[in-house]
Design a protein around this ligand. Structure first.
Ligand code: SAM
Length: 282
């Protein structure tokens, strides 16, 4: 048995035992390591950073998809940037959408995810509503000739191929392809470590979209276990509608979800700012 030591980030990293290495290699874009851990099941790391595990990926994927889609309430066209493991896409398809476009730069992440994490995408890539584009998300949004109701940026961290997906040029192009009332969600670090980064990205997103709020996804193998996602849209109210409104939209898919609920939606938007506020000045 060996130990996987994650890439150090802001003076902190996690270690996981490797019961069995399932795949190790470099694609045209990043290092890929897939291994089995006795607690988390199969684990995928890209450039030394954990991207998903069998055990806890559902929390992240459900929050990335159902917070914006349940808040929006009438999304028909959804864009997922990144998300090559198919988990977010699978969750999007549980909602009454007409089309989902997934733009993933690295085709090998899709192939390896289908092979080692079949339950994560669970056939989502073959759904007739889905079109998969193997392309840089930055280029796609700059040239897109269609509009979307929700954009989900399920990328790696702002290093390597994911870096471009945290730029103002990218956000401006995402804004241009959003319909009126459209929402954007992205993963963005943690409220605990360097919370000023979280404040700063919320401010930048607010300039592009109108309002931006962090919400919490407790994922043990991400960002110290307390990942902040950010939702952006025309107003703060649009990101977290009243419970009664969310309940109505949630009822048809309730039985298919494991974590997300309207109560979790509201709690997530309460916990992230509370955690942020609890961290003293940097
Ligand atoms: N859940 C993970 C997280 O929060 O870190 C993200 C998982 S998903 C595997 C991240 C995906 O983003 C990877 O498949 C990676 O190839 C893709 N990606 C990174 N940069 C990209 C870009 N510029 N355009 C499209 N996809 C990109």
């Amino acid at each position: 048995m060996t130990i996987f030591q994650e890439t150090m980030y802001q003076g902190h990293a996690q270690a996981l035992t490797v019961e069995e290495t399932l795949y190790q290699g470099r694609t045209d874009y990043q290092d890929v390591l897939i291994f089995r851990n006795e607690t988390f099941g199969n684990v995928m790391a890209l450039d030394g950073v954990v991207q998903l595990t069998d055990l806890d990926n559902h929390v992240y994927h459900e929050m990335m998809a159902h917070v914006p889609l349940t808040a929006h309430g009438a999304a028909k066209d959804v864009l997922v940037i990144g998300g090559g493991d198919g988990g977010t896409l699978k969750e999007v398809l549980k909602q009454p959408v007409d089309n989902a476009v997934l733009v993933e730069i690295d085709p090998q992440v899709i192939e390896l995810s289908k092979r080692y994490f079949p339950a994560v995408s669970a056939g989502a890539f073959d759904d007739p509503r889905v079109s998969v584009r193997i392309e840089d998300g930055l280029k796609y949004v700059a040239n897109a000739d269609r509009q979307f109701d929700v954009v989900i940026i399920d990328s790696t961290d702002p290093v390597g191929p994911g870096e471009a997906l945290f730029s103002d040029a990218f956000y401006a192009n995402c804004r241009a392809l959003l319909r009126a009332g459209g929402l954007v969600v992205l993963q963005s670090g943690t409220p605990f470590f360097r919370p000023a980064d979280l404040d700063q990205i919320c401010r930048r997103l607010g300039v592009h979209f109108g309002a931006a709020k962090p919400f919490l996804a407790p994922v043990p193998t991400y960002a110290h276990g307390q990942l902040a996602l950010i939702a952006a849209g025309p107003s703060a109210a649009a990101l977290c509608p009243p419970l009664a409104t969310l309940d109505e939209r949630f009822a048809p898919i309730n039985s298919r979800l494991r974590y997300y609920s309207p109560q979790v939606h509201h709690a997530a938007f309460t916990l992230a700012p509370a955690l942020r506020k609890s961290v003293t000045a940097d």
